[in-house]
Design a protein around this ligand. Structure first.
Ligand code: HEM
Ligand code: HEM
Length: 283
């Protein structure tokens, strides 16, 4: 197999690179196989994370695993955006002001993500990265500590948990817009974007088949993604890493806090005890 040939089993079925159809449009390989597997795996992982996060309780272990899977998928996509096949590279669809203006004025022509679609791609990937990143430092005040929570103080754990709840709402909006845009393209523009995201192939008079992104760069991307998952899961933390503490100006303050904790309801007292434990993740 050629090192620069995109990873796609279907690509071996076409004798010529661009067979033409009756309408004059050519059939090109738009999305390589790794990108498609990435997309549908991301959909599955994000759905699992949202449902399990909302239900909470016993599902927090599954939530954390889905979150770590998202860390790996987003890390893979970041590397693939630099070294993957041509249409998957960020440079191919960077939403520069000139490209956005051309798109809005109806002058943009090309294959792959259009400039507005590209904004949504970067928005989704960015929000998912931050959401998963904050999740690693969460503390649900019951029995759950994110795998990197011991690196920050308890007050930061609380803050990041709050932001984690809030950012989920922005994620819902972005996913809603993403799906609406796809429905709009199918209904109003009669452009089925889903089919190429499933099969890889698109019939279009524009552009060329995607190139590059062979097995070697794929292997490197997967290895780097696996490394990111290990780091996110605290694998590289020393077992003796002490829990970061909030600054305590003098001992009387600490004593007061302890008194208050004694007086508080049992669940929250148990939570502060759990949160001040050190590195062990809750699953
Ligand atoms: C949790 C929900 C979803 C998330 C987080 C998500 C995320 C993404 C991302 C990040 C991309 C960019 C792909 C790339 O990396 O280049 C993308 C593209 C795409 N997604 Fe989704 N997606 C979701 C749900 C869906 C659903 C339900 C569908 C349709 C059934 C869908 C169809 C597509 C299509 C067709 C594209 C390519 C758009 C284009 O041609 O520009 N996605 N999605
Ligand atoms: C992109 C990945 C993630 C998504 C989409 C996500 C989404 C969510 C959602 C929707 C909630 C419920 C918020 C609410 O009820 O308003 C939640 C809660 C939570 N998530 Fe995540 N999460 C992700 C990653 C993580 C990770 C990696 C961890 C830790 C390993 C984590 C830990 C938590 C905790 C502890 C809560 C419950 C907080 C509480 O109830 O006090 N999340 N998450």
């Amino acid at each position: 197999m050629s090192l620069s040939k995109p990873l796609d089993t279907a690509s071996t079925q076409t004798p010529t690179p661009h067979p033409t159809t009756r309408s004059g449009a050519r059939r090109i390989l738009l999305w390589d196989l790794p990108l498609r597997v990435f997309h549908w795996s991301l959909l599955a992982a994000v759905t699992t994370a949202i449902v399990s996060g909302k239900i909470g309780g016993d599902l927090m272990g599954i939530h954390a695993k889905a979150g770590l899977a998202i860390v790996g998928l987003v890390a893979f996509r970041l590397v693939w955006g630099l070294v993957g096949s041509t249409h998957s590279r960020f440079s191919h669809f960077l939403p520069t002001p000139a490209r956005i203006l051309a798109y809005v004025q109806g002058r943009w022509q090309g294959v792959g993500h259009n400039p507005l679609g590209a904004l949504s791609v970067f928005g989704l990937l960015g929000v998912l990265a931050v959401q998963a990143g904050m999740g690693l430092f969460t503390n649900d005040d019951i029995a759950f500590l994110g795998p990197l929570a011991s690196l920050v103080s308890e007050s930061w754990q609380q803050k990041l948990t709050g932001y984690h709840h809030q950012l989920a709402n922005l994620l819902f909006v972005l996913i809603g817009l993403h799906v609406l845009a796809i429905v709009f393209y199918a209904r109003a523009k009669k452009d089925n974007l889903v089919k190429p995201m499933v099969t890889g192939w698109k019939e279009t008079p524009l552009g060329e088949s995607t190139r590059g992104g062979g097995p070697v760069v794929f292997g490197v991307s997967v290895a780097l993604a696996a490394l990111a998952v290990c780091a996110a899961n605290g694998v590289f933390l020393s077992p003796d890493t002490p829990a970061a503490k909030d600054p305590a100006p003098d001992t009387s303050v600490t004593a007061k806090t302890a008194d208050a904790a004694d007086a508080a309801e049992p669940a929250s007292a148990a939570a502060s005890a759990g949160a001040s434990q050190t590195t062990a993740p809750a699953w």
